[in-house]
Write a protein that binds this ligand. Structure first.
Ligand SMILES: Nc1ncnc2c1ncn2[C@@H]1O[C@H](COP(=O)(O)OP(=O)(O)OP(=O)(O)O)[C@@H](O)[C@H]1O
Length: 492
């Protein structure tokens, strides 16, 4: 506060005391006491200051992490994994714990303080003197002259500010409720597609037996696409329950699209997909997805501890306490040793939400900048390690949920050949009668074990058969296989 504003405040104070004290007895003393209010409430405004803030409230950080799950990047994985209910429950708990703390960045929370009462007092404090004069005017109108009212008029500003802040708080509450509603809606999102009413699996169908699949004359184009070429065009094939299937083909051939249609992320434009004998859209979407374990290269780590992340592979909440399955999942994905590298082990959060902020001026201050940097995560993993940790989630699902189909879509691009071989071998072993579909470009050892290879090109199925059958046909598959084989032999 400048010397000029101190002097001006003192003059104002003197004037108000004079005006009110002539009308109300002992008003002067009360005003002096009130004028000291700012000394106790302090100034919480950060505008133009150099500062760094860090959020440490665990519920606040948890809520920020949960909000990430409904962002564009993670939402498809949440829907695919069927963990909506778990996340909703967690969100409800955290919202309850936060009570009246609004959904604002840490620096704004600091400015508005942590509760309604202290917020109001901090706003009222600096203006307590003039506010007192206004109250005198309200309760003793006969004693206030026109001149005195002119002075009191100045209180309008403070009152407006105070009520503005009060309304901000009251507006914030419904906003939080609305945000929670939004969270629900986003997680519950059943896109424009119509949900079916048949349970999955249907009564009488064994949960442990793999899914049977038939694509019959399926054509599909992505809604957002501008090209005339369909992502899939008149595609037909049949997969028997428990089959190990490998889909191969050149880039943009339609491999991933087949996988996405199986989890009903989209509906086909023409033709029908039959799952266990009936059209896919007749099933309840959520139940169908719970029967499918998906692993793709787009899957990423969640902003929670490794333990919770892996446990979220299972839609069953109790998985988080199942340390035996957790350890086994990490072992099968080859991620066990990665976890051992961290001092916090399975409690490590590899992708924590940002919990700090440095102001524009603070960013130019080396000391503050260093403090801010110390908030950032110090743990990071390589691309291959990340893929192994994400794969652990799929193993958890295979170990604990009644999965009838696993779709594995190029989850190993960052793994070395030995790591990929081991991962694929463990996935095959974890199949145990379930249908498993791999999409991969490096397919040599995998296709030799496949019951069925589906070779796609430009949105069409060009060949189906086993490794030996397709090699003898000497078509597209044989061509792709020989290109890879030659690369290895010429490298040797
Ligand atoms: N979300 C999308 N929106 C619009 N078009 C898409 C989308 N995803 C894929 N496509 C298009 O659909 C076609 C098939 O894509 P898809 O991802 O199924 O091929 P792929 O065989 O898996 O390719 P890759 O081997 O490169 O992963 C391509 O022409 C692609 O550009």
């Amino acid at each position: 506060m400048s010397a000029e504003s101190v002097v001006s405040s003192l003059f104002q104070l003197r004037l108000v005391i004079h005006v009110v004290d002539t009308s109300v007895r002992h008003a002067g003393l009360t005003l002096v006491l009130l004028s000291m209010f700012p000394l106790f409430t302090g100034n919480r405004h950060l505008f133009g200051k150099s500062y760094v803030v860090q959020a440490i409230n665990q519920s606040y950080l948890r809520k920020s992490a949960l909000l990430k799950f409904v962002g564009d990047r993670l939402k498809p994985q949440v829907i695919g994994a069927g963990i909506n209910d778990y996340l909703l429950e967690e969100y409800r708990t955290v919202q309850h714990n936060l009570r009246d703390i609004p959904d604002l960045p840490p620096e704004m929370l600091y400015e508005t303080r942590s509760s309604l009462l202290s917020g109001v007092f901090s706003q009222l404090g600096p203006q307590a003197v003039t506010l007192y004069a206004a109250l005198v005017a309200v309760f003793n109108p006969s004693k206030i002259s026109l001149a005195q009212l002119a002075v009191i008029e100045q209180t309008n500003t403070s009152l407006r500010q105070t009520f503005g802040m009060l309304s901000f708080w009251f507006q914030q509450l419904p906003q939080d409720v609305a945000r929670m509603g939004q969270f629900y809606m986003q997680l519950d999102a059943k896109p424009e597609m119509k949900d079916g009413d048949t349970p999955y699996p249907r009564p009488g169908y064994d949960k442990s037996v793999g899914m049977s699949i038939e694509f019959r004359n399926v054509s599909f184009n992505y809604p957002s696409t501008k090209t005339d070429r369909s992502a899939l065009s008149d595609v037909s094939f049949t997969i028997q329950p428990g089959n190990l299937v490998v889909i191969v083909g050149s880039n943009g051939g339609g491999k991933t699209t087949i996988i996405k249609l199986l989890s009903r992320f989209y509906d086909v434009d023409a033709g029908t997909i039959f799952v266990d004998g009936i059209p896919i859209q007749e099933y309840r979407m959520e139940e169908l997805r719970k029967g499918i374990a998906m692993l793709t290269q787009e899957h990423d780590l969640f902003p929670v501890s490794i333990q919770e992340d892996v446990a979220l592979g299972s839609p069953d909440k109790s998985a988080i306490r199942d340390t035996e399955k957790l350890t086994e999942s990490l072992r099968l994905s080859g991620a066990e040793h990665i976890v051992n590298n961290f001092s916090e082990g399975i409690n490590t959060i590899l992708e924590p939400v940002s919990n700090g902020y440095v102001s524009f001026d603070g960013d130019r201050d080396e000391e503050l900048q260093a403090i801010y940097k110390s908030f950032a995560k110090s743990t990071s993993v390589s691309g291959g390690e990340r893929q192994r940790l994400v794969a652990a989630r799929t193993f958890m699902r295979l170990l604990s949920a009644p999965v009838k189909l696993a779709t594995i879509d190029e989850p190993s691009s960052a793994l070395d050949p030995a790591g990929e071989f081991k991962l694929f071998s463990h996935l095959r072993e974890a199949r145990k009668g379930r249908t498993m579909i791999f999409v991969t470009h490096r397919f040599g050892h995998l296709t030799k074990h496949a019951d069925l290879i589906i070779c796609v090109k430009d949105g069409k199925v060009v060949e189906t058969g086993t490794h030996l059958e397709l090699l003898s046909t000497d078509g597209e598959y044989a061509h792709l296989y020989n290109v890879q084989a030659q690369a290895f032999s010429s490298a040797a």
